[in-house]
Design a protein around this ligand. Structure first.
Ligand code: TTP
Ligand code: MG
Length: 619
C-alpha cells in the first residue's frame, strides 16, 4: 500500500521541474563582488575566531570552512581575512540575487532558503518549450525565455543534458524521433539547459557562481545539486521509481546520512539513529551531543526489518508531534517530497530579530538586550515595510531623521517575545542542547507605526510598555533563569492596500514605475531578519548602545535564523511541519554555541564544526 502511494506521489512530482541554486562560498563571493581584486587572492571571512567560509583559492591552499583563524594563518600566511560579523551586506546581496533569479520565472514560484539557496519551479517554462520542440531535430532547438517575445532565448541541444548527470554514465543523447523519447527525461533536459543559462547570466551580470541541481522536487534537486561543487550543475536522471529499489532516486537518497536529508530535523535524526542501531549512536567524546561517530545511512533505516510508516509513527510520534509524522518521514526516506516551491511574496510574513547568549541571567542584562533588539526591529520594519509615498516629490527628511514621505506597506498585528532558557549542566559537565523556545504575544502597539518619533524613542517605549511586561509573563521569577536566546518579532502581517490616507488603496502601478520599486518588493522576502551583531562581553557592552563599530573579536554569539538553511535542522521539525522557509516555524536551534570553544554558529554548521574539533578533516 505504502509502495503504491510512493509511486503515485513520484508520478505527481514528475509533473514539476525544480531547480535548486546554492551560491558558491557565498559570504566570500559577496566581498569579491564588492572588490573584484580579491578574487585571485586566498580570501577568508571571519566571525569571532573562526573562518565561516573562504573562497576557492583559499580552499585550494588548504583552508576550510569553520577553521580557527590562527590555524588558517599557519596554513596560508598570506590569507586575506575580512570581517563578516555585520550581516547587512550578505542580506542585501541575497535579496539582490533573489530578485535577479526571480526575473527568469513566469509563475513566481521562487523560494529562498536561508541567504544562499533558492528553489525555482520552472515547470511552466519547461512545458511551454517542450511544446515548441521539433522532435525530429532536437539538436538544433531554441529555448524561449518569454512567451511574448519569441526572439528572447538561446539555442541549445535538447537531445542531451547540460552539465553533469546522476548517475554519471547516463548522459547519452536521446534517440531522435518522438516515440523514443521519455517525456520526463526530455523535460529534465530542458530544465538543465535553462539552469545552465540562468547560472551563466548570474555569473556574467552579477559576478556570482553557484552550484545547481535539477529534478522534479525540492528534495531531489537539492540532494543531486550537492554532487558537483563549485560551479557545477547536476540533473537527476530517470528512472525515479522501481519495485526493487534500483531507481536513481532511491540510490541517491539511500547514500546520505539520515540527518542530511532536508526535512529530517536534528531530533528526528537522533531517534532514527537510535532505532536503526538499537542503541544510542556512539558520540565523539567531549563534543556536542549531536555529532555521532557512527553514521547511519538512509538505506539502513529504510531497510530496517519491519520498517513502515506505521513503525515510524510509533518511533517518532508522541506528545507534541504532528499526527502523520511517521508517514511523512517514511516518504522522505523513500525519496518523496511533495512540498511545493513557495510563491514569491511581496511582503515578509514576519520580521524577527534575535540574539543568542552564553549566559544571560540578570534583569539588567536582559533590559540592555531588549533595548538593542527593539532598535534593530524598528529599523528593520522601516527598511522592509515602508515605501515612498510619492514618486514625484523629492522626499523630505524630518528632524527625527525619518523620511516624512514614507508610508507603511503592511501593518503587523502581533508583537511576540520569545526566549530559550538554557538547561542546567549535567552531572558529567556536559550540557544538553536547548531546543524549546517559550513565547508570549501582544497586539501590536500602534505607536510603533508613528514616523514622527525617533527610533531610539520608539525603542524605549516598546521596551517599557510591551517587552518588559511580556518578559515578566515569560519569567515571573526575578532570577534563577539563564537564557540562551531572545527573539523579538512582529508577525501576522496585514497588507495596507486598503488603508492609504486618501482612501483609494495602494497604487500598485506606482511600485513598478522605477526599477527600484520593483526590486523593493523582493527586498522584503526575508523570512526572518538577523540581529545586529552584539557583544555580550562586558567591555564591549560598555561602548554601546548605538555604537556602529565592529564588535570585539572576543565577543560571542550572534547569528540569526535567516542564514539558516533549514535543510539540516528544521525543515520538518519535530512537529513535522515540513519545509518552511518563511520562518513561521523556525523556532528551534537556530543558532548554536559550541561547548568546547564557545564559538557561535548557525545550527547547520555545528556538525562540521564539531568534526573540526575531533580532528576529522573535511575535503
Ligand atoms: P554554506 O552554503 O555552507 O557555504 P558557502 O556557500 O560559503 O560555501 P559552499 O561553496 O561550500 O556552498 O554557507 C552559506 C554561508 O553561510 C557561508 O558563505 C557563510 C555562512 N556560514 C556561517 O555564517 N557560519 C557557518 O558556520 C557556516 C558553515 C556558514
Ligand atoms: Mg553555498
Amino acid at each position: 500500500m505504502e509502495a503504491s502511494r510512493r509511486s503515485r506521489a513520484l508520478k505527481r512530482q514528475h509533473e514539476s521541474i525544480v531547480i535548486h541554486f546554492d551560491y558558491d562560498c557565498f559570504y566570500a563571493s559577496v566581498f569579491e563582488a564588492e572588490t573584484p581584486a580579491l578574487r585571485s587572492l586566498p580570501l577568508a571571512v571571519q566571525q569571532k575566531q573562526i573562518i565561516v567560509t573562504c573562497n576557492y583559492e583559499a580552499r585550494r591552499r588548504g583552508l576550510r570552512k569553520l577553521q580557527l583563524i590562527r590555524e588558517a594563518k599557519t596554513i596560508c600566511p598570506d590569507v586575506v581575512i575580512v570581517l563578516g560579523e555585520d550581516l547587512t551586506r550578505f542580506r542585501n546581496a541575497s535579496k539582490e540575487l533573489y530578485a535577479f533569479l526571480r526575473g527568469f520565472s513566469w509563475n513566481a514560484k521562487v523560494e529562498r532558503l536561508g541567504f544562499d539557496e533558492v528553489f525555482m519551479d520552472v515547470t511552466d517554462i519547461v512545458d511551454y518549450n517542450l511544446s515548441l520542440l521539433n522532435p525530429n531535430d532536437l539538436t538544433n532547438s531554441f529555448f524561449c525565455l518569454s512567451k511574448d517575445d519569441p526572439t528572447d532565448g538561446f539555442t541549445f541541444d535538447a537531445s542531451k543534458v547540460a552539465g553533469y548527470t546522476y548517475p554519471e554514465s547516463s548522459n547519452d543523447k536521446l534517440f531522435v524521433g518522438a516515440l523514443e523519447i521519455d517525456a520526463l527525461q526530455l523535460r529534465l533536459h530542458l530544465g538543465s539547459h535553462l539552469a545552465m543559462h540562468v547560472r551563466h547570466q548570474l555569473e556574467q551580470q552579477k559576478g556570482y557562481t553557484c552550484t545547481v541541481g535539477i529534478s522534479t522536487s525540492k528534495l531531489h534537486a537539492k540532494l543531486v545539486g550537492n554532487l558537483h561543487k563549485p560551479k557545477g550543475q547536476t540533473t537527476l536522471l530517470p528512472p525515479y521509481n522501481s519495485d526493487d529499489g534500483s531507481d536513481n532516486v532511491t540510490t541517491l537518497v539511500d547514500g546520505h546520512e539520515i540527518g542530511k536529508i532536508p526535512g529530517i530535523g536534528f531530533k528526528i535524526a537522533q531517534k532514527l539513529r537510535d532505532y536503526a542501531l538499537q542503541k544510542p549512536p556512539e558520540l565523539n567524546a567531549g563534543l556536542m551531543h549531536d555529532d555521532t561517530k557512527e553514521k547511519v545511512l538512509v538505506k539502513r533505516v529504510r531497510m530496517y526489518p519491519g520498517m513502515s510508516a506505521e513503525t515510524l509513527e510509533k518511533v517518532l510520534g508522541g506528545p507534541g508531534t504532528l499526527r502523520g509524522i511517521g508517514f511523512k518521514i517514511w516518504m522522505l526516506i523513500n525519496g518523496v517530497d511533495e512540498s511545493e516551491v513557495g510563491q514569491a511574496r511581496e511582503l515578509p510574513k514576519q520580521i524577527s530579530i534575535e540574539d543568542s547568549y552564553v549566559r544571560l541571567d540578570t534583569l539588567d542584562e536582559v533590559l540592555k538586550e531588549l533595548r538593542s533588539l527593539a532598535k534593530s526591529l524598528i529599523n528593520r520594519m522601516h527598511v522592509d515595510l515602508l515605501e515612498d509615498d510619492s514618486d514625484d516629490d523629492p522626499p523630505g527628511e524630518s528632524d527625527t531623521g525619518i523620511l516624512q514621505t514614507k508610508r507603511w506597506l503592511a501593518h503587523p498585528k502581533t508583537l511576540r517575545l520569545s526566549t530559550r532558557p538554557r538547561p542546567p549542566l549535567n552531572a558529567d559537565g556536559s550540557r544538553n542542547r536547548a531546543f524549546n523556545r517559550i513565547s508570549r504575544s501582544l497586539p501590536m502597539p500602534n505607536f510603533l507605526f508613528n514616523l514622527n518619533d525617533s527610533v531610539d524613542a520608539l525603542a524605549e517605549r516598546l521596551v517599557s510598555e510591551a517587552l518588559i511586561p511580556l518578559f515578566r509573563k515569560l519569567h515571573p521569577e526575578k532570577n534563577g533563569w539563564n537564557l540562551s536566546l531572545i527573539n523579538v518579532a512582529v508577525t501576522n502581517m496585514a497588507d495596507a492596500a486598503s488603508d492609504s490616507k486618501d482612501g483609494t488603496g495602494r497604487d500598485i502601478s506606482k511600485m513598478f514605475k522605477r526599477q527600484d520599486g520593483v526590486l523593493k518588493q523582493w527586498r522584503v522576502e526575508d523570512r526572518d531578519c538577523p540581529p545586529e551583531v552584539h557583544s555580550h562581553d562586558e567591555a564591549a557592552n560598555a561602548v554601546r548602545p548605538g555604537n556602529e563599530t565592529e564588535p570585539s573579536p572576543t565577543a560571542m554569539h550572534t547569528l540569526s535564523e535567516d542564514i539558516l538553511p533549514q535543510s539540516w535542522d528544521s525543515h520538518v521539525d519535530d512537529d513535522g511541519s515540513g519545509w518552511d522557509s518563511d520562518g513561521e516555524t523556525i523556532d528551534e536551534g537556530s543558532s548554536f554555541i559550541c561547548d568546547v570553544c564557545e564559538a557561535v554558529m548557525p545550527t547547520f554548521a555545528m556538525l562540521a564544526h564539531s568534526r573540526w574539533h575531533s580532528g576529522e578533516q573535511n575535503p
